[in-house]
Design a protein around this ligand. Structure first.
Ligand code: ADP
Ligand code: MG
Length: 267
């Protein structure tokens, strides 16, 4: 049965989409069956998976409005080795339309139920907001992966996200939890980044993933070729880090790990 994860952080440009597509490609290389849901109207995860968002006939917008299903709306990322339900600007309108509808925060969860057995992992690339779209993601998910840069303001905004996750956990989705914080775009030569990284570990303990994703230009170049960095340059440091992260996700989210007692952390 699929394990479902949101890649979320309401800040823009922190590495959510890069994490989504490269984790998907890394998991695929480790023989996992993966579905990516692009919940961001920018459609970057769609394009970064080699699917042209301007040519999509059905998108996650149709899935949320229940005029299509996930099997009908999804396409194969041939290069990435996973399936994608794509998004484009049309999705921005879903926010307004969903407000009027019943079960507006449960639409994605309902749509995912029939494909549970078809995948091992579902990864949801969230938009940079705590909107109704993100809420649909959080209501569907078993857990949240939070990419963050080790900068001075890294923790700012984290409490808003954690509070939202706690509220969703309390009221809408009892299984939701923070799986971990992922340090991304890391440059070990910068002392401040090392310090913030250490602070994160002190504060959040093993809620911080062991794998660190380095700043690596190959990861930034890959989207313009419509290929995840993991496939674009498999020997690059960024690609190797994402494959290691994929293995860490498999280990951390195996049935045994998920049922382990909650760690002593405030997340
Ligand atoms: P988000 O989805 O949170 O807005 P992105 O994944 O689109 O963030 O990343 C923002 C920018 O940073 C993009 O241009 C991306 O290519 C670049 N980027 C992300 N991760 C890395 C990395 N590890 N090394 C170098 N550039 C990166
Ligand atoms: Mg993005």
């Amino acid at each position: 049965m699929a394990k479902i994860f949101c890649i979320a952080n309401q800040k823009g440009g922190v590495g959510k989409t890069t994490t989504t597509v490269n984790l998907a490609a890394g998991l695929s290389q480790l023989k996992q069956r993966v579905l990516v849901i692009d919940l961001d109207p920018q459609g970057n995860a769609t394009m970064g998976s080699g699917i042209d968002k301007r040519k999509l006939e059905t998108t996650v917008y149709d899935v949320l409005l229940e005029t299509s299903t996930i099997p009908d709306a999804c396409q194969r990322s041939e290069k990435g080795g996973y399936d994608v339900v794509g998004a484009n600007r049309e999705l921005a309108g879903a926010e307004v339309e969903l407000v009027k509808l019943e079960r507006r925060d449960q639409r994605l969860k309902t749509a995912l139920a029939p494909v549970f057995d078809a995948y091992d992992f579902v990864l949801i690339d969230c938009p940079p907001s705590l909107s109704l779209l993100t809420l649909n993601g959080l209501c569907s998910a078993d857990g949240v992966v939070v990419p963050m840069q080790c900068e001075y303001f890294a923790l700012e905004g984290l409490s808003d996200l954690v509070n939202t996750i706690k509220q969703v956990h309390a009221n809408l989705n009892k299984t939701l939890k923070v799986i971990g914080l992922l340090r991304v775009m890391f440059d070990p030569r910068i002392t401040l980044q090392q310090q913030v990284s250490e602070q994160l570990k002190t504060h959040f303990g093993d809620k911080v993933f062991e794998t660190v994703i380095p700043r690596n230009v190959r990861l930034a170049e890959a989207p313009s070729y419509g290929v995840p960095g993991v496939v674009f340059d498999p020997a690059s440091k960024g690609a190797l880090a994402f494959v290691a992260f994929a293995q860490e996700m498999i280990n951390r989210t195996s049935a045994a790990a998920i049922s382990a007692p909650v760690q002593s952390t405030s997340l």
